[in-house]
Design a protein around this ligand. Sequence first.
Ligand SMILES: [Zn+2]
Length: 324
Amino acid sequence: MTRQPAALWSCVVVACAVCAIRAIAAEQTPAGPAAGRGRGQEPGPTITVHGHTFTQQSLFQRNIGGRDDQTTQFPPHKIIGNIYYVGTKSLAAFLIVTPQGNILVNSTYERNVPIIQKSVEQLGFKFSDTKILLGSHAHGDHQEGDALVKELTGAQVMAMAEDVPALRAMKPGGKEHPIDRVLHDGDTVSLGGTTLVAHLTPGHSRGCTTWTLKAPENGKTYDVVIIGSFGTNPGFQLVNNADVPDIAGEFKRAFAVARKLPCDVPLGSHPAMYSLDEKYAKRAAGGPNPFIDPAGYTLEVDIAEAMFLAVLAEQQKAAASRGR
Ligand SMILES: [Zn+2]
């Protein structure tokens, strides 16, 4: 526990695109996740999955986008049923609209909260109707704005127990991180006829949460999955990690959970996880709802798992050669 804060901070800074490279380079704590790969811009292992090739670095970059993508509004839009996109170009925020008020998933960075508010209003909803705030995982690019959202809306903030220590350490401008309800794996969150299920998919953070819900459209009901993250970021230490000794086991548990979830509509904490740009363009062209993409979900899990296994193998090999 005494070493926890250093590791948590490391995760937070590594997750920040703006300073990712600097943070990775600066990360020197032997217990921190950067003790393996990631002190520079090394590409890391390469994977090819169903014709898609990534290095560890390029997959991370795909998710976080360019410097401005994190703080530039993506056009707010309806995804399916009562689920709407209100995030930026590379940081997803979802609004689930119900007759009893709305649920927001991810506040992202605190400086993005006005962008999210604007998106909610452009869709014709009231930000003050946000009754519940949920999150994908305790990294600043997804949940730094929680305190400000609560301040502006009075929403109940709910978080997975395993992420609570990391969230408590997240204090933008000294503000305490609000947590009104602590969730456990399999807990449900219900409002106005919509129920979300919280699935613990750890590894990327201790309490990384993948949310599932059902969305009705044209007389059918679709299974929606909001991926918390299965990402093995540059700097993550999967072997001999003193802070999270079984981090590799936690990742494996996340993939096992992911593969059991029925999914028609994959969404994720970074929109690149579900090819938002491509689908948004298709949506504008008309035709069937492009967000219905079960194969896209499997592909994303396959890519993330292949990268995890490649990074693990590389770090195991390095550890073995050090021990020789
Ligand atoms: Zn993250």
